[in-house]
Design a protein around this ligand. Structure first.
Ligand code: AR6
Length: 177
């Protein structure tokens, strides 16, 4: 199944797992992280995150979904945008890679990602979208997992279409060489 890009509130997704755009302390924050903690049960999820303690930027860890309709939450720490000269795109790619690897290791068959780093962490949406689409497509070349990219703002759907077309065109050009 190819990547599905949808517009929704990720806390309503009925996949096996959802991904949280977390911080290194795994603390409850704002944005999608705040929404996920609130829907999971903030105290219970905070206790599970505190037991893990820390997650480096570019990496991911897993907890239960508690009161959410999903079995698991994968907490991925995206980079803070610093203008593009601090390996932000590599670190973001690493988030998707580690999240999808954790999903495979936990026999997860469907997963929903938010647009990591594109909110409070300030990465331009076109860049965050291109990295997300590229990494997920690469993974889906060898996996049957159902993967969703969940956008909060309807207006971002057309931007996502443009990015997807650009990524597809770049990939087919590379395959021709
Ligand atoms: N469902 C889907 N997407 C959402 C939702 C939702 N309910 N709410 C927001 N978004 P952000 P970041 C979108 O800021 O940039 C937190 O404090 C939002 O429109 O949540 O990685 C963490 O604890 C945006 O496109 O994550 C970290 O400290 C996308 O989710 C920090 O923010 C990501 O925005 C992480 O910042």
């Amino acid at each position: 199944m190819p990547l599905r890009i949808v517009c929704d509130d990720i806390t309503k997704m009925r996949t096996d797992a959802i991904v949280n755009a977390a911080n290194e302390r795994l603390a409850m924050g704002g944005g999608v992280c705040g929404a996920i903690f609130a829907a999971a049960g903030a105290e219970t999820l905070a206790r599970a995150c505190d037991a893990i303690g820390h997650c480096a930027t570019g990496d991911a860890v897993i907890t239960s979904g508690f009161a959410l309709p999903v079995k698991h939450v994968i907490h991925a720490v995206g980079p803070v945008w610093q203008g593009g000269h601090a390996c932000e795109t590599d670190l973001l790619a690493s988030c998707y890679y580690h999240s999808l690897r954790l999903a495979e290791e936990n026999a997860i068959t469907s997963i929903a990602f938010p647009l990591i780093s594109a909110g409070i962490y300030g990465m331009p949406k076109e860049i965050a979208l291109s990295v997300a689409i590229m990494q997920i497509n690469r993974f889906l070349e060898r996996s049957e997992m159902d993967v969703y990219l969940v956008l909060f703002d309807r207006a971002d759907l057309s931007l996502a279409d443009e990015c997807r077309n650009r990524v597809d065109a770049e990939c087919s050009k590379r395959n021709e060489v």
